[in-house]
Design a binder for this molecule. Structure first.
Ligand code: AMP
Ligand code: MG
Length: 377
């Protein structure tokens, strides 16, 4: 049996990022950057005030005290959006507002609530240190600096940063289109009440949701009965997408046709026994350059194998730099027996005690017990 890591390596070595497209700034939300973002200017572009107050030279206030305030002449006014008309000379102050550029000669700002104003005379009751209440040029971004790398998912902060740099559009990776086929004679789809022996198709929906969460675009190809020609035909249709997922019919039972259907498509096929529970049998192959996953049919197995194998592959196709979720270590609150040598992928709730995580199983872990996923953290 193959390890999960080895199976994943083999899968990832056979998928590559899709193409890119240019989208309007806000449409880039949740998408993956396909180009680096560099600052072409300093932000802020000039030293400016972080308060409403007075721009001064700190040296002029060196000896100021409450008893003997420094007296400065107010010689100008700089609202936000204006530029200073002249430099600031010794013994002078400019009225200044938040965001307005500092006049040359000034090196600090004193907030208006700290001073007294008598006509055109400013009384400063304490020394002001150099740079106080000044946002230096390039404090946020330096001209020439690369701020965002390709492969990063765009969130609201990135959108703001791109706007700050004047980008109205940005190059992002295309979202992978993922066709999903559920197979099984027993399956009925939404809208039909299962009769005796029939099962409601749920995998199509959990898998489509997982595709969406992985930033892919799901395409529902419905349910195919356990008939080789129908499954083959459905798979051919699915190859118009970027990736094809089938659920169920991958074991070696009399009604398991997925493998044969893929062979008929000329797929370069790998059927692996992966040392994991749930989800031991997983089929992976490529046909017409498209990756194909044959996932097991049990609802938990389908979701867990998606999470372990399909999600990283989809993220790689979608240009993500980071393919894996963050991991953390937790201790088991009670012993968890593991019969056999397969690694268990168990559903747990987590709690934090004294800075450590502790895990508790969500009850029965059978691969058909979807509730074990629902109640898990
Ligand atoms: P199979 O891999 O075809 O032997 O299916 C294993 C189990 O998963 C059976 O109990 C199936 O009824 C169940 N199953 C297969 N496909 C689905 C599906 N789309 N939704 C819910 N259960 C399914
Ligand atoms: Mg079946």
């Amino acid at each position: 049996m193959m390890s999960v890591e080895e199976a994943l390596d083999r899968i990832l070595s056979r998928v590559s990022p899709l193409g890119t497209e240019r989208v309007d700034l806000l449409s880039a939300l949740g998408r993956v950057l396909a180009e680096p973002v560099a600052a072409h200017i300093n932000i802020p572009a000039w030293a400016n005030s972080s308060m409403d107050g007075y721009a001064v030279r700190s040296r002029d206030t060196e000896r100021a005290s409450r008893e003997r305030p420094a007296l400065l002449a107010i010689v100008g006014r700089i609202p936000a959006g204006r530029v200073p008309e002249k430099p600031l000379g010794p013994g002078e102050a400019f009225r200044i507002f938040t965001g307005a550029p500092l006049p040359s000669g000034a090196d600090s700002v004193i907030p208006q609530e700290d001073v007294e104003v008598m006509g055109l005379e400013l009384q400063v009751p304490h020394p002001v240190s150099q740079g106080e209440f000044v946002r230096p040029i390039g404090e946020d971004l330096r001209a020439g600096e690369t701020v965002l790398l390709p492969g990063r998912q765009v969130g609201p902060a990135e959108i703001g940063l791109l706007a700050m740099l004047g980008w109205g559009q940005v190059e992002v990776y295309r979202r992978p289109r993922v066709a999903i086929v559920s197979t099984g004679d027993e399956l009925v789809d939404l809208g039909v009440t299962p009769g005796p022996g029939q099962t409601q198709n749920s995998n199509t929906y959990s898998l489509m949701a997982q595709v969406l969460e992985s930033r892919g675009v799901p395409e529902n190809l419905g349910v195919a009965p356990d008939r080789l020609e129908v499954i083959e035909e459905r798979f051919r249709w699915g190859l118009s997408a970027d990736l094809l997922i089938s659920s169920a019919g991958v074991s070696v039972g009399d009604y398991d046709y997925v493998r044969e259907a893929l062979t008929r498509l000329g797929a370069d096929l790998h059927l692996w026994q992966v040392a994991m529970r749930p989800g031991k049998p997983i089929t992976f192959g490529t046909a017409a350059g498209r990756p194909i996953f044959g996932l097991p049919g049990n609802p938990v197995s389908a979701m867990v194998t998606f999470e372990l194998f399909v999600r990283p592959a989809l993220r790689k196709m979608g240009g993500h730099a980071e393919l894996q979720r963050p991991q953390l270590l937790a201790r088991a609150l009670a012993p968890i027996p593991n019969p056999g040598r397969r690694r268990g992928y168990l559903r747990v709730t987590l709690e934090r005690r004294n800075g450590e995580y502790w895990a508790r199983l969500t009850g029965e872990q059978g691969s058909a017990i979807l509730r074990s996923m629902v109640t898990a953290d």
